[in-house]
Structure formats: C-alpha cells, structure tokens
Design a protein around this ligand. Structure first.
Ligand SMILES: [Fe+2]
Length: 181
C-alpha cells in the first residue's frame, strides 16, 4: 500500500494543503517510528505505523482551515472521523481508526456531549499501541506552511494541551511515561 498514492487522490500535488499534509505527516511518521524502536518489547507493527502515520490527517481537506489551504465545509475538529470514513471507503478501516483516535489526546464521548462538539457521539480514544504512538508523536509537530517546523519541546506540548484542561495533560503524561525511554 502506498500512502502517498492515496494522498494524491485527494490533494493536488504541490498545493498548499498537500505540501503541509505531506511535510507534517512525514515528520509524525519519523517521530512515531523512532518511538516504536524504543518499545520493540511491546511488538509495535512498524509497517502499519509508517502507513497510518502518513495517512492520519488525510481528512483535513474536508474541513475549513484556510491557513492550511483547506476549504471544506466542516469544522477542523471533524478531520479525524472524516478521515476514518475516507479510509474505510479505501478499504483501510484499521488505518481509519488512527485518524479518528489521534485528535488531541483522544476525545471521549462525554467530552463530545459536554462541549457539544460537532462529532458523532462515541469514544474517539487511542486504544492500540500503534494508535497511542501516532497520537503521541503527532503532538510534537504542528501544521504550518513554510519551512518545516522544529519538533516542539515537552514544555510547549504540555502547554498546548493544558488549554483543553488538566485531565488532558494527565493523559498526555501517561503516554509520555510509556514512550519517553
Ligand atoms: Fe497530525
């Protein structure tokens, strides 16, 4: 399976959205594979991590995020579950779960209800090792146009997550304990 062939089906090569998506996804893939190499005793599926990390944000073009060159009609927070649906249609349902479960440190059904988020009401939490590794790796790389951004520091990542509440930082810290060896 060639993740970049799937990206090219939905993104014009060289467009702003394709450039940002490909750069970001490649950085997340590299970070995720590095983490996986440190936890080989947990038996991570390296091929799956490579593919799913490259595809985890495939849904962004369906959302309205002009700064990313995306002009869809859905809220940005929807990019995860929309990406899941897209990959299910591509015959990649397990990769699709990574899309749905990587946003923030995962979104619980209770969060969706409490904050009235425009999402289907179900838990969207990383469950498998591979889902957790990609979710964690993603937090170190923002999506920005221009030259590739350096990896965020742990302090910066925790500060970003803290805007969503202390319980989210705790969830991130648990992932950090698992993967920062
Ligand atoms: Fe991402």
């Amino acid at each position: 399976m060639d993740p970049f062939a799937i990206i090219r089906k939905y993104y014009d090569p060289g467009s702003l959205s394709e450039t940002i998506l490909s750069e970001h996804s490649t950085l997340v893939m590299e970070k995720a594979l590095k983490i996986a190499e440190h936890v080989t005793f947990m038996n991570p599926d390296m091929t799956f991590i490579r593919e799913a990390a490259l595809l985890h944000d495939i849904g962004i073009f369906l959302t309205y995020a002009p700064v990313l060159g995306c002009f869809g009609d859905r809220d940005y927070i929807c990019h995860g579950y929309l990406g899941r649906k897209l990959l299910e249609d591509e015959g990649l349902p397990v990769h699709g779960l990574v899309c749905e479960r990587h946003v923030g440190v995962g979104i619980a059904e209770a969060d969706i209800e409490k904050q009235n988020l425009p999402l289907p009401k179900r838990d969207m939490l990383p469950i498998t090792l591979e889902e957790k590794i990609i979710c964690y790796a993603d937090k170190f790389h923002s999506k920005k146009s221009g030259s590739p951004q350096p990896e965020a520091s742990l302090v910066e990542v925790r500060k970003n997550i803290s805007t969503y509440g202390p319980e989210k930082v705790l969830k991130f810290d648990i992932l950090h304990m698992l993967f920062s060896r």
